[in-house]
Design a protein around this ligand. Sequence first.
Ligand SMILES: N[C@@H](CCC(=O)N[C@@H](CS)C(=O)NCC(=O)O)C(=O)O
Length: 220
Amino acid sequence: MELELVSFKICPFVQRAVTTLRHKQTAFKLTHIDLSDPPHWFKAVSPFGKVPLLKVDEQQVIFESAVIDEFLDEITSGSLLPDDPLLRALNRSWIEFGTACLLDLSAQIHAEDKQTFDSNRDELKSKLEWLETTLDQPPYFNGDTLSLVDFSWAPLFMRAEILAIGDQLYPADHFPRTAAWGRRLLELSAVRDSVVADFPELLRNHIRAKAPYAAQQFGL
Ligand SMILES: N[C@@H](CCC(=O)N[C@@H](CS)C(=O)NCC(=O)O)C(=O)O
């Protein structure tokens, strides 16, 4: 099975799958596309028109990052989800919640006016209050064992660090567990190696080009 991951270089959802692949030391081909001018072959195989896509062979293409991550976990050794059905379901719930938080951050990053910028930042902060009370067994989401929840949230912390907004979104005095979890996730080599070398600059340039208002708020 030759796995091919179809990517957009700054997509946080692609980053989830790359992190899992790096952690599992699984060979794969990474194909970057430009989402502002997607190739015809991509449109022909992507039901939502979104990345990530995981091409498993000429016929089979898996989409949705949480589904891709679970598939990658299942076909490799060392499970990244708990065996217990309830704990596994709770992990999936928090992966979904992480998706919602990434969408809030994305909306803030792409905001073209103050109202959109502020409302998405506030929405994300209020969601992170839920995370703070749930993170009760450090160092990782499930305690000592790394999980897909950790890898699903790492992209949010990486963007917050690059844009220097961690202190606004989850100040350590009010969000000590969230801040500490984020720091630990960014120390993982699989997370650090989940983006291209010039990722910080690509992200900043993307925001400058797409959302001058947000860029100004981030001091870019
Ligand atoms: N729920 C999807 C979200 C994927 C997503 O939103 N990808 C963005 C890039 S980060 C995309 O492909 N956008 C293209 C578009 O919306 O046209 C997942 O988890 O995979």
